[in-house]
Each structure stands twice: as structure tokens, then as C-alpha cells.
Design a protein around this ligand. Structure first.
Ligand code: CA
Ligand code: CA
Length: 490
């Protein structure tokens, strides 16, 4: 049995929860972790934590699988009973799709959803793996990584190569060094993480400038660099006159002049206050602390929950709104800004989301009393400056909220010479969910669809091998084109 680092963390947290003994009183959802203690190696738990929807439609309502688990449960506590109840329903086919619950868990399909089954209903699949075809792999590689179909001559030359594998990898290296890959394919993959909106990138800076974000994204994922810089970079990147990406240390001022025209922001400040990167380097955490990311996601929120959720889904692959990635903290949510998040069903998500959010609350977003000049900067006293009701501010100052990620505490602000968010990003970048999410993104681009149950062994080997690649996307791509998933026509 392979117990991974994430699970070592979670086990510590779960033990802490049980010791507190208040699990029942608060009704904090422990289902995902308890499930993964029983099945640490199934796809739902490998590099991830099971989603609530494995057993529930909308909690507390059970789906067909959850209902069978509930029916098999004894009279002890939920956590004590769950392993036995799960074992008792392994041979049932709760959702009636023809696969037993255990088969579905091992394949990575949902045992409570009849529409999720492998092979898909109505598919012609025999379940037999299709062999690796070097010419097909070559054609697919050219389209995926060079953005253009292989020409007749290229395919002919490839067909007569003495060593097809060497020829494939040589051609791949050329594609990975191309402008297409760096300036078209990777930016497209960044769109849903950056979420650009119109109006930026001109001399009149209405908003922060997201070009910096695209440049950092492409930089971290090319040049044989370490992709963890997506979350760890304390530098920025600019395009030089030749169009190459160049690392910039220190802060970046907003543009003062473009083509002889003096730049302004929407408040007529010249030079503008938006459009640069003002954050002091020691508080930076790559893509999740750019001026654009903070402006776009935090806006005027004192508790920037949307910012934390966007970081979590973009770089760790967990969509909290779909009940994924829950690591509830017993004493949370404190409901520090009195939004009612402690009520049912709100606490089910906010006992994970709020403790993940505090770390983002020290970074200025897109409004506030000192907007726009503070946008994208860090302050340990933002809660005092943002104009909260006096008692909310006093509660924050008297007992500064502790941030958590994956159920484990992070430092308080001021405890280190960086910030809780930098520690958040370091833990995130070192995690298996980060590896899995990054590799899933590149795999999906290369193969043209997300990994399926038929690929699960190859996919797992790909993401677990990322550290051996030095987290370099080029080395990962060279491994992807050798997989059956890539080179087997479907
Ligand atoms: Ca089934
Ligand atoms: Ca199913």
C-alpha cells in the first residue's frame, strides 16, 4: 500500500479531530478522509481527497452508494463504522450500471452514479488496449505541440527513420521550443486560471495588467524550468523587444509612456497606479499574488474567499463548489465577517474554505480606501484599514485567525519574514494534488481529452514521475508521447 505525503498530513489532522471529540457536536464532514483511509490507492484518493459526491447528491442526501453504506452501518460512530460498512457493500452494484461498487472505485468511476461507468454505455469499446503506433504518435505530436498537422513529406521522412523513437523525440524538442507552444498553447491553458477581461494592456490602465500573468505562466512551463514556480516565483517576467521572456527581479512600475503618449489610469493618475507589480518580493507566491490576480479576484472583499477558491481550483484541481477537496477544520468557520457561513449547509464548505482564505486577506485587491495605489500590495494591518465594523476588526486583531491548507495549520502573519500565503503556496507546490493537476492539464492538451479509467496506470506514473523530471514540462511531455494513451489510436 502506497501512503502518500498528502495522506500523512491528513492522517495527523484526522487524529487531532478525533481527539477533540467534538466531531459529532459540530457535524463536520469527515466522510472523504475516512473513506480514503480505507481505500488510499483508488483514483478518487490518489493525489486527492474523495469528493462528498462520492456518497451524497447534495449532503446530507445520500446517492445510491451512500444509501447502501448508510444501510450497512452499525451503531458505533460514523468514523468507526465506515470501514466495515464500505467493505460490506463492495460486491453490490448500488447504482445498477453493471459494475460492482468495488470495481467502480478501482476504475475511478462513481459507484453512486449510473451514468458514470467504464467503458461508457453504448461505446464500441472492447476494453482491449489499442497498441502504440509510432506514425500516429508522430502526427498527434505535431498537432499537439507544434500546432500544425505533419506534412506529407514529414510523415514520409518519419516513416523511413532508422530510429522512430529518436526521431519522434527530436521533433518534439523542436515543437516544445516553438513560439506556438510558448505563445499560443500555454497561454490558452492559462486562460481559466488568469480569467482576463477586456481593457487591459493599453497605455490607459483601467485595470491591472494580465499580460504579466501570461508571461510568468509561459516562462515557468518552458525552458526546462521548475513548474512549481507557478506558485513559488518571487520574480516577474517581461517580454523583451525580440519577444523573448526575461526574468525581472524586484518590482515593476506601471508604464509611464507608450509610443510617446503619457500613460494614465482611470483616475487620471500619471504615471498610473495600476498595471505594474508593486508587491515586495518576499510576499510573492507566483501566479496567485500578481496585481492582476488580486485585483480580479479579491476586489473589495475583506475575506477574499473567491481568490482562495480560484487558487485552489486552478493549481490544486479542487472545485469546492462541487464539494471537492474538503479538509474541514473543527473550529471553523469562525464567520469572522458575519456572513452566516457557520449555518447548515454553509459550514460544509466554509469549514474548509474560510481557513484557507485568511492568508489571502493581507493582500489588497481592487477597491478600498487606498485604491488604486495599494492594489497588489501586502499589509499586516489591512483589516484595520479596510473599514470594517469596529467589533469585527477587534475580533480579528484580538485573535488573529489561523490559516490552514490540507487540514494543517500555517504560520500566523508576522511569525515568519514572509507571509502565511507564501507558506500556503509552498505547501501547495510540494503536494501531490499540484502534480496531478499540472500533469492532467498537459496530458489533456496532448491527448485531446482528460485521462480516462483506461489510462489510469499510465496517468498515475506520469504525475508521480514529475519530481524526477525536476518539474520540467518538457521532460514530462517527452514521457507523455511514449504512453499508449498518446500513441494508441482510439
Ligand atoms: Ca455500479
Ligand atoms: Ca457508476
Amino acid at each position: 500500500m502506497r501512503r502518500n505525503a498528502l495522506w500523512a498530513l491528513a492522517a495527523v489532522a484526522a487524529a487531532g479531530t478525533l481527539l477533540l471529540g467534538s466531531e459529532k457536536a459540530y457535524g463536520r464532514p469527515t466522510g472523504p478522509r475516512a473513506f480514503c483511509d480505507s481505500y488510499p490507492d483508488v483514483p478518487a484518493c490518489s493525489g486527492a481527497v474523495a469528493a462528498c459526491t462520492l456518497c451524497h447528491t447534495a449532503p446530507p442526501q445520500q446517492n445510491a452508494f451512500g444509501a447502501d453504506v448508510l444501510a450497512s452501518r452499525g451503531s458505533a460512530s460514523f468514523e468507526e463504522d465506515l470501514a466495515g460498512a464500505l467493505a460490506a457493500v463492495e460486491d453490490l452494484d448500488s447504482d445498477g450500471d453493471g459494475k460492482t461498487n468495488l470495481e467502480e472505485l478501482q476504475l475511478g468511476t462513481a459507484p453512486g452514479d449510473a451514468l458514470d461507468v467504464w467503458p461508457p454505455h453504448g461505446a464500441e469499446r472492447t476494453g482491449e488496449p489499442v497498441g502504440y503506433d509510432p506514425v500516429f504518435a508522430f502526427r498527434r505530436m505535431k498537432t499537439a505541440f507544434c500546432g500544425a498537422s505533419a506534412t506529407y513529406d514529414e510523415v514520409r521522412a518519419f516513416g523511413s527513420a532508422a530510429d522512430p523513437s529518436a526521431a519522434l523525440h527530436e521533433a518534439l524538442s523542436a515543437c516544445l521550443a516553438s513560439r506556438y507552444w510558448r505563445d499560443e498553447a500555454l497561454p490558452r491553458l492559462a486562460d481559466d486560471k488568469i480569467r482576463p477581461i477586456g481593457g487591459a494592456g493599453t497605455c490607459i490602465s483601467y485595470y491591472a495588467n494580465f499580460e504579466h500573468d501570461y508571461d510568468l505562466f509561459s516562462f515557468a512551463l518552458t525552458g526546462d524550468r521548475d513548474a512549481r514556480d507557478l506558485l513559488l516565483a518571487q520574480y516577474h517576467v517581461r517580454r523583451d523587444a525580440a519577444g523573448d521572456l526575461v526574468r525581472i527581479d524586484g518590482t515593476i512600475d506601471a508604464p509611464t509612456e507608450v509610443a510617446g503618449i503619457q500613460c494614465r489610469d482611470r483616475y487620471q493618475n500619471a504615471p498610473p497606479k495600476l498595471g505594474g507589480q508593486p508587491l515586495a518580493p518576499q510576499y510573492r507566491a507566483g501566479m496567485i499574488t500578481t496585481q492582476w490576480f488580486l485585483w480580479r479576484n479579491t476586489m473589495g472583499a475583506f475575506m477574499p474567499r473567491g481568490t482562495a477558491a480560484q487558487a485552489y481550483r486552478s493549481y490544486l484541481g479542487f472545485e469546492l463548489s462541487s464539494l471537492e477537496g474538503m479538509f474541514p477544520i473543527e473550529s471553523e468557520p469562525r464567520d469572522i465577517d458575519r456572513k452566516g457561513v457557520g449555518a447548515a449547509p454553509c459550514y460544509q464548505c466554509h469549514s474548509t474554505l474560510d481557513p484557507m482564505t485568511y492568508a489571502f486577506a493581507y493582500y489588497w485587491g481592487g477597491t478600498g480606501s487606498n485604491y488604486p495605489q495599494a492594489t497588489g500590495t501586502y499589509s499586516t494591518t489591512r483589516h484595520q484599514q479596510i473599514g470594517l465594523p469596529a467589533d469585527v476588526e477587534a475580533a480579528w486583531a484580538a485573535d488573529p485567525p489561523r490559516s490552514y491548507l490540507f487540514g494543517e495549520p500555517l504560520p500566523l502573519e508576522g511569525e515568519t519574514d514572509s507571509s502565511a500565503l507564501v507558506a500556503w503556496a509552498e505547501r501547495a507546490a510540494a503536494s501531490e494534488p499540484f502534480q496531478k493537476t499540472l500533469v492532467s492539464m498537459i496530458f489533456t492538451e496532448a491527448v485531446g481529452r482528460p485521462p480516462s479509467p483506461a489510462d489510469s496506470a499510465e496517468f498515475e506514473a506520469l504525475w508521480r514521475g514529475l519530481p524526477d523530471d525536476g518539474y520540467a514540462v518538457e521532460r514530462l511531455a517527452h514521457r507523455i508521447v511514449d504512453t499508449r494513451a498518446f500513441g494508441g489510436p482510439e
